[in-house]
Ligand binder design. Structure first.
Ligand code: CTP
Length: 488
C-alpha cells in the first residue's frame, strides 16, 4: 500500500516529535518517498538536519525560505505532489490552526492546499489535560467532520511524568492509519474538506463501492471478513470498539436502516429517525490481567432505554460496559470495558447523535499502573497499595462540546441532599435533563428490575413512583422528545 507513495510528514511542536525520525525511516523502508514540513516549534524538539538526512529532502520550516521554496506556489506544488499527508505529532495549536483555517505556518498552509481527494491523517499528541480541553476536543470533532482521519492518542506515561491519554501512538498504528486512509472507500475517511460541500460525485462513487462490499457482507459471500452479518447481529453485539471507530456515517446509517427494515418498524414519534447514543453498565478498571475495580451496575436501565428508544423509531447506538445482557433488537452495540474505552467510543459518535443518555456507572478512579500478568501475593506482601487517578468525566466532556440541537441527559445517584446535588450536576455538566436515582429508596438504582426516578430540568423536577425500568425508560424518552426543538 505504501510502496511508491509520496507522503508528506508534518511535524508540530510536541515532545513526541522525537519519534518523527522513526516514522520517516519506516515510511522509507516501506518504499514511500517522503518530504517533511515542520513548524518552527517542532524544530526545537527535533533537529531538522536529522530529518533532512533521513528523508533525503530539505525539510521545510518557514513559509518564506528561498533555499527550499521556488516561487510563490511551492505549497501548491508540494500539496499536489503527494498521495497523502500525515501530521504526527499534531500539537493543540496545530489542531486549532487546521480546524479554524488559520493557515499561518508552512505546515498548515500545505495541509490547506491538499486536493480534496488527498487523505490527511492527523495524530494529536499532548498532555492529557490539554487533550481533554473542550477547545481541543471541539477542534478534533471539527477536523473529523471535515473528513480528516484522526488517530486518537494512546494512554500511558506522558513526558510531564503524569499518566494519561496523550501519547503519540506506536509506529504501526500510524502506518496502518495511513494505509487505511490511502485505501479508504468511505466518503468521510481519506477525504480532505467537508463532506457536504462539493465532491458529491466522488462521494456517490465511494458510496457505490461501499454498498457492493456491504451487500457481499450481508450475503455472507465475503468469507475473509470476520464481521458478523446483519441477521446475526440482532442477537449479538454488532461491532467491536475498533470497528466502530473505523466505521463512518454511511456504514452506521445503512446498518440502522437494515435493522429497522428487519423489524418492520412503523411507529411515529418525535424521536423517529433521531440518533440516540446511550451508555450502560459498569466499567472495569484493570489492576492486573485478572483483577479489576468495578461496581454493581447491571446495565438494565441503559438497556431498557435502548429497547424503548428503538420502539420510538430512533437509531440507537448502545455503548455497553461489561454486562451479561443480550443486545435489544434493532440496537447497534459497542462493547467496552474501561472508562477510557467508553470515553473514546462516546466521543467518537457524539457529534452525529441528536440525543445522548449517559446511564452508565462509570468508574471515577482507575489504577495508575496496570500490572501485566497476575500479581503474586508473595511479591505484594500483606498490604497492597493502589494508586488511582481520576477518570475523564464523559458526561461533562459532552456537555462542554454539545451544540444547542443536541439533548444531553445524565443520571445522578444521590444519598443526601438529593435534588440539590442532582441540580448541581445538571448545571456543572451542562445537561438538559438529569435523572435522579435515590440511593435510599429500595426500588431504585443498581441491579433490580424496578427504579424510582425524579426527572430534573432547568425549569422543574418531577418525581415518579416506583415502576419497571422499561416504564421509567419510556417516561424518560417522552421527556427527552419534549426537549427536542421542533423541525429537528
Ligand atoms: N459520568 C460520566 N463519566 C464519569 C463519571 C460519571 O459520564 N467518569 C456520568 C454518569 O454516567 C452519570 C453522571 O455522570 O450520567 C453522574 O454520575 P455520578 O457518579 O452520579 O456523578 P459524579 O459526577 O461522579 O459525582 P459524585 O460521584 O461525586 O456524586
Amino acid at each position: 500500500m505504501l510502496q511508491g507513495k509520496k507522503i508528506i510528514i508534518g511535524i508540530s511542536g510536541s515532545i513526541s516529535a522525537y519519534k518523527s525520525p522513526m516514522l520517516v525511516r519506516e515510511l522509507i523502508k516501506s518504499g514511500a518517498e517522503v518530504r517533511v514540513v515542520m513548524t518552527p516549534s517542532a524544530s526545537k524538539f527535533i533537529s531538522p538536519l536529522v530529518l533532512t538526512n533521513l528523508s533525503k529532502n530539505q525539510v521545510i520550516i518557514e513559509m518564506f525560505d528561498e533555499k527550499v521554496q521556488f516561487g510563490g506556489s511551492w505549497h501548491i506544488h508540494l500539496a499536489t505532489w503527494c498521495d497523502a499527508m500525515i501530521i504526527a505529532p499534531a500539537s493543540a495549536t496545530t489542531l486549532s490552526r487546521l480546524a479554524n483555517g488559520n493557515f499561518d505556518t508552512a505546515l498548515s498552509v500545505v495541509a490547506s492546499a491538499l486536493p480534496r481527494s488527498t487523505p490527511l491523517v492527523v495524530a494529536p499528541a499532548m498532555d492529557s489535560d490539554m487533550w481533554q480541553h473542550p477547545a481541543v476536543l471541539r477542534n478534533v470533532i471539527q477536523l473529523e467532520r471535515d473528513g480528516v482521519t484522526i488517530v486518537p492518542p494512546a494512554e500511558g506515561e506522558l513526558a510531564s511524568g503524569l499518566y494519561g491519554v496523550g501519547r503519540l501512538p506506536e509506529m504501526d498504528v500510524l502506518l496502518n492509519s495511513l494505509r487505511f486512509a490511502l485505501g479508504a472507500k468511505s466518503p468521510s475517511a481519506g477525504q480532505n474538506g467537508t463532506t457536504d460541500s462539493g465532491g458529491f460525485h466522488s462521494q456517490l462513487q465511494d458510496f457505490q463501492n461501499f454498498s457492493d462490499e456491504y451487500q457481499s457482507l450481508i450475503n455472507g459471500t465475503d468469507t475473509q471478513n470476520e464481521k458478523i452479518t446483519i441477521t446475526e447481529s440482532l442477537n449479538h453485539p454488532l461491532i467491536s470498539i475498533e470497528d466502530a471507530i473505523e466505521k463512518d456515517t454511511w456504514t452506521v446509517e445503512l446498518e440502522f436502516q437494515k435493522l429497522k427494515d428487519s423489524l418492520g418498524h412503523t411507529s411515529k414519534s418525535k424521536l423517529e429517525g433521531k440518533t440516540i447514543l446511550i451508555t450502560a453498565g459498569p466499567t472495569y478498571e484493570k489492576i492486573d490481567d485478572v483483577r479489576f475495580i468495578g461496581n454493581f451496575s447491571s446495565g438494565k436501565m441503559g438497556f431498557a432505554l435502548a429497547t424503548e428508544a428503538v420502539k420510538s423509531g430512533a437509531n440507537v447506538l448502545l455503548v455497553a460496559g461489561p454486562v451479561s445482557l443480550p443486545t435489544p433488537n434493532g440496537v447497534l452495540r459497542i462493547d467496552v470495558q474501561s472508562a477510557s474505552e467508553m470515553y473514546d467510543a462516546v466521543m467518537q459518535h457524539f457529534y452525529k447523535s441528536d440525543v445522548a443518555i449517559l446511564a452508565a456507572a462509570v468508574a471515577d478512579y482507575s489504577p495508575t499502573k496496570k500490572v501485566s500478568g497476575k500479581m503474586k501475593k508473595k511479591d505484594v506482601g500483606d498490604k497492597l497499595k493502589l494508586e488511582l487517578h481520576s477518570t475523564k468525566d464523559i458526561l461533562a466532556s459532552l456537555g462542554a462540546v454539545k451544540t444547542n440541537h443536541q439533548v444531553l441527559v445524565g443520571f445522578a445517584l444521590e444519598a443526601t441532599n438529593e435534588i440539590e446535588n442532582a441540580r448541581k450536576k445538571l448545571t456543572s455538566k451542562n445537561c438538559d435533563l438529569i435523572i435522579l436515582n435515590s440511593a435510599n429508596k429500595p426500588q431504585s438504582g443498581f441491579g433490580g428490575d424496578d427504579n424510582t426516578i425524579t426527572i430534573i430540568s432547568a425549569e422543574k423536577e418531577e418525581a415518579f413512583p416506583p415502576m419497571t425500568k422499561n416504564a421509567c425508560a419510556a417516561i424518560i424518552l417522552e421527556h427527552i422528545s419534549l426537549q427536542l426543538h421542533d423541525g429537528e
